[in-house]
Design a binder for this molecule. Structure first.
Ligand code: B12
Length: 208
């Protein structure tokens, strides 16, 4: 179990404590991504308790709400980069999955790194990814996924983009991405780390 005070506070669903610790740490100069990592660690614990039957869906929802409130403080700091325009990235959470907190962090980091981000939201069908890729003329489509049950859908989304004839790379992200998932999906890039999105976009767009 987490030892960090902030991770513990969110794992115990102590909303007020979470929000005051986030503010305190930002004021103390702690990097926003470091704060997010602590929050994520605590949320994994909430997920574990849910799996064990100690927490129910209502707790999962509340945990998500606390994170959303914390992100109000953190997002402006993540998107505060001062970079020139580098390219467009299309992003969405794949069909069947409505988790979006991690995706939203990726969006903010990409914006902060100078990318124009077209966010398709959650539960995004394969054809929507293709349509957006075609319209925006992007070179990179990013997909987020947290549920193992949407693995087949994720593969469909990846394949739809790859088979569209467009010159587009596909990045898949989320906590369950590993070598097996990469091989199964056929995606070009994969990562469980939000900040990798900007690095990969940099590679795709040839940015320094
Ligand atoms: C909050 C939460 C919810 C909220 C989501 C609110 C929201 N607006 O997103 C609600 C209540 C809606 C929810 C619903 C469900 N959930 Co839920 N949920 C969680 C929980 C507790 C936290 C997820 C989270 O936001 N973490 C914080 C963020 C910051 O972390 P993250 O998403 O991992 O993102 C980071 C990285 O993964 C990465 N990343 C993410 N996306 C991308 C994309 C790219 C391109 C890149 C590069 C990186 C990247 O960067 C982020 C920052 O570091 C997790 C527990 C866990 N272990 O994660 C369960 C969890 C994901 N949920 C789970 C389940 C089972 C469900 C439900 C099926 C429950 C139910 N019976 O109804 C439903 C499914 C609904 C659906 N169709 O999607 C399981 C999934 C198990 C599995 N592997 O399949 C988990 C793991 C809980 C558990 N241990 O059982 N959930």
């Amino acid at each position: 179990m987490a030892k960090d005070e902030l991770a513990l506070a969110i794992a115990n669903l102590e909303r007020d404590k979470v929000l005051s610790l986030v503010k305190e740490r930002l004021q103390a100069g702690v990097k926003p991504m470091e704060i997010i990592n602590s929050l994520q660690e605590g949320m994994v614990e909430v997920g574990n308790r849910f799996e064990k039957g100690e927490f129910f869906l209502s707790e999962l929802i509340f945990c998500g709400e606390i994170m959303k409130e914390a992100m109000v403080e953190l997002e402006p700091k993540l998107a505060a980069g001062d970079r020139e325009y580098r390219g467009t990235v299309v992003i969405g959470t794949v069909k069947g999955d409505i988790h979006d907190l991690g995706k939203n962090i990726v969006v903010m980091l990409l914006k902060g790194a100078g990318y124009n981000v077209v966010d398709l939201g959650v539960d995004v069908a394969p054809e929507k990814f293709v349509e957006a890729a075609r319209e925006t003329k992007t070179s990179l489509v990013a997909m987020s996924m947290l549920l193992t049950s949407v693995m087949d859908k994720m593969k469909e989304c990846v394949q739809a983009v790859k088979e569209s004839g467009l010159n587009v790379k596909v990045l898949i992200g989320g906590p369950i991405i590993d070598d097996k998932v990469m091989e199964f999906s056929g995606a070009d890039y994969g990562s469980a780390v939000a900040s990798d999105a900007a690095k990969i976009a940099g590679e795709v767009y040839g940015a320094a």
